[in-house]
Design a protein around this ligand. Structure first.
Ligand SMILES: Cc1ncc(COP(=O)(O)O)c(C=O)c1O
Length: 418
């Protein structure tokens, strides 16, 4: 009988990283004379050839505007675009495809919910709860709303490991709470939040919950029905699709109640100068010509993800994170920011007396792409009393050897500054 360790090794062996890397031409290049080590997947992941090919096919053979045309090409484009919506529906297990609204990305998704839901249902004296580890995309729209309406933004605090204080969250919920918005996975810390539990807690007060899935959808299976979240947003470009693609999911009964986000073509039933009536979902929330090629690309990326063993991919990413954490922790002067028990794919760190931008610049000279800065999460930096971090973020095409290169180069950075 094999032990569990043997079993894990056997399972890991099923992840053929070189075969996966062959799908991503962009990875096979040199930068500053060194093989590219791409560890900036949290900002934007790379796009596999099949997704590029699908976008090209649309542009070469199917390009036309959607919905409004009776001609062949318009119907082809519409079928491909609406087909992508069906794929999204299956990918997140939405009840209906009309619950999946195409947006440019997570930012536009949050703004759509703020304008459509928040501006209609949040009033003076109401409260909105977000967490201390939100990306600016899930802070600023709510601040704007609170300012406009005279509502109050409440913030779930976190501990020094970067874990939300769930007891304090319970204490923030009350009859004035109109919405909870929380990230599934922190882009700055890597923390995976216990969102299923948090959603259930909010629902005890009848409060809808928006999940920012920008950093989770690329790495784990998302089942919006199982989570029972009311809204879920994510960006295509962080999950192997082109920029300009993304989804704002909402339960149909909430989306139906919402005001349109933008006015214009495609979102109307009838228009007179006296009155406009709106189209049914999803069109009501998708004004104007969308990013057709990008959203078709999102559908192709979902096909790609459906064609790989996502469990093995997630296990490979978890192992990379574990290995990188071990390697970097062993380097004197390196401090990991974000040490939650549950983490995914993000490793933020600082080095004594070296600014993260200098770390990023020297790593780039060696062909290593990491992100340095506040990661659009300035309150996280304030919480940890640091100006910025360097952040390596992993995808399933990264390798242990790349982690070794990262660790060796960080040692060189320290030498240079010593
Ligand atoms: C957690 C999180 N939310 C929202 C966003 C915003 O995504 P986008 O810029 O694609 O709209 C990001 C991007 O980094 C993110 O990491």
């Amino acid at each position: 009988m094999s032990s569990s360790v043997d079993l894990i090794t056997e399972k890991e062996a099923t992840w053929d990283v070189e075969r996966i890397r062959a799908d991503f031409q962009v990875l096979h290049q040199t930068v500053n004379g060194r093989p590219l080590v791409y560890l900036d997947n949290g900002a934007s992941s790379q796009v596999p050839q099949v997704v590029i090919d699908r976008g090209s096919k649309y542009l070469e053979q199917e390009h036309s505007n959607i919905h409004r045309g009776v001609h062949y090409l318009s119907q082809k484009a519409t079928t491909a675009y609406e087909g992508a919506r069906e794929k999204v529906k299956r990918f997140i297990n939405a009840r209906e495809s009309r619950e999946c609204i195409f947006v440019r990305g997570a930012t536009e998704g949050v703004n759509l919910i703020m304008y459509g839901y928040g501006r209609k249902f949040v009033n003076s004296g109401d409260e909105i709860i977000i967490s201390a580890m939100e990306h600016h995309a899930n802070i600023v729209p709510w601040q704007m709303l609170c300012e406009e309406k005279g509502a109050r933004l409440r913030v779930i605090p976190m501990n020094d490991a970067g874990e939300l204080l769930i007891d304090e969250y319970e204490g923030l919920l009350n009859e004035r709470t109109k919405l909870v918005g929380v990230t599934h996975v922190s882009n700055a810390l890597g923390t995976v939040n216990p969102i299923k539990q948090m959603i259930a807690q909010a629902h005890k007060y009848g409060v809808p919950v928006l999940i920012d899935g920008a950093q989770s959808a690329p790495h784990m299976t998302v089942d919006v029905q199982d989570l029972d979240c009311d809204f879920f947003v994510f960006s295509g470009h962080k999950m192997y699709a082109p920029t300009g693609s993304g989804i704002a999911y909402g339960k149909a009964e909430l989306l139906e109640k919402m005001n349109p986000f933008q006015g214009g073509g495609d979102m109307i039933k009838t228009v007179t100068f006296e009155k406009t009536t709106y189209a049914d979902l999803p069109n009501k929330l998708e004004a104007g010509t969308p990013a057709i090629a990008s959203q078709i690309g999102l559908g192709a990326a979902i096909d790609y993800l459906s064609g790989i063993d996502r469990e093995s991919a997630a296990r490979h990413e978890a192992e990379l994170l574990r290995y990188a954490t071990e390697k970097l922790s062993a380097i004197e002067g390196v401090r990991i920011i974000g040490t939650a028990k549950e983490k995914a794919s993000v490793l933020s760190f600082v080095i004594d007396d070296i600014h993260p931008h200098d770390i990023g610049t020297i790593l780039d000279q060696e062909g290593i792409a990491v992100r340095a800065g506040h990661h659009c999460a300035q309150p996280v930096m304030q919480r940890f009393k640091i100006p910025a971090t360097a952040r390596a973020s992993f995808a399933f095409y990264n390798t242990r050897e790349e982690v070794d290169t990262l660790a060796q180069t960080i040692e060189r950075v320290i030498e240079i500054f010593s």
